[in-house]
Design a protein around this ligand. Sequence first.
Ligand SMILES: [Zn+2]
Ligand SMILES: [Zn+2]
Length: 342
Amino acid sequence: MSRPLPSTSPHRRALAALVQWFDADHAPGGAEKIRAEPDGVEWVRCIPFLILHAGCLIVLWAGWSPVAVGTAVALYFARMFAVTGIYHRYFSHKTYRTSRAGQFLLGLWGATAVQRGALWWAYHHRNHHQHADGPDDVHSPHVHGFWWSHLGWITSRRNFPTDYSKIRDLEKFPELVWLNRFDTVVPILFATALWGAGWLLERHAPGLHTTRWQLLGWGFFVSTTCLFHGTSCINSLAHLLGRRRFPTADASRNSWILALITLGEGWHNNHHRYMHATRQGFYWWEFDPTYYGLKLLSFTGLIWDLRPVPASVLAEAAAAGRVAAPARPGGAGIESAPPSCA
Ligand SMILES: [Zn+2]
Ligand SMILES: [Zn+2]
């Protein structure tokens, strides 16, 4: 009879990582013990992430069509909205309200972004705000460097588990916990649906000159990979590039370029100053399409009570004038006040 493998053996760790592809809450020894470990890349656990990138190569032999590329672009923005408007502004910060059924629908939409479950995402994001650019911020470019903040941190074994004790307000909903635990279910169904839609178009609308492999390659792999890197720019570049309006204790910055590719998340210094507002562009000239989309959704009755930016915060911005002192050495930024800032 073979001896049981010790919990720290490479074989056992690899096996646990394999199980975690399908059950994200599988944590032999306990999630707390894993979270206390030093950073280190867990390659077996990362294989789906590598497949996501490698899958983009499908388009090399599948080719392209306006329908396939258009699908990729549309799904990039529809799911960027899901990340910013749902995972970030709802699950992480509760900047508006919805019903329990509405919350589940939003959770499903968010899951199509393939950025794991809403609870895992919200837990890490709240942790970021709590420790921003300090030693316990797992994706600070100032503490860990650019590449670690951009993608390295999600490959680290200690960052895979969800710490449910830190998100009690979300943990009490079993349907959300299920989506979070089995976080590959929605992405697999989503990819399969795209492949199926491509098959139907190939068969019934040959004039569109698209195929099932094009829709899978462009609509899922290319779009999702771009979505990942677009979102990750907020963890990495939004703490490095741009200007600072508020002298927050972190190194967050406002960047209109990042706001364009992330549908409004580039106003990151605003957001770090006041994370409870639904809008992150505090003024009309700060382009924030996520906020406009949420405003439209509120007209349908799906969501309500969008939280405004308090007058005191806007007064603070006006009082800060044109210059906000940098929080960290070497990163000075001057905020150019737009004409009607005050
Ligand atoms: Zn930040
Ligand atoms: Zn946030």
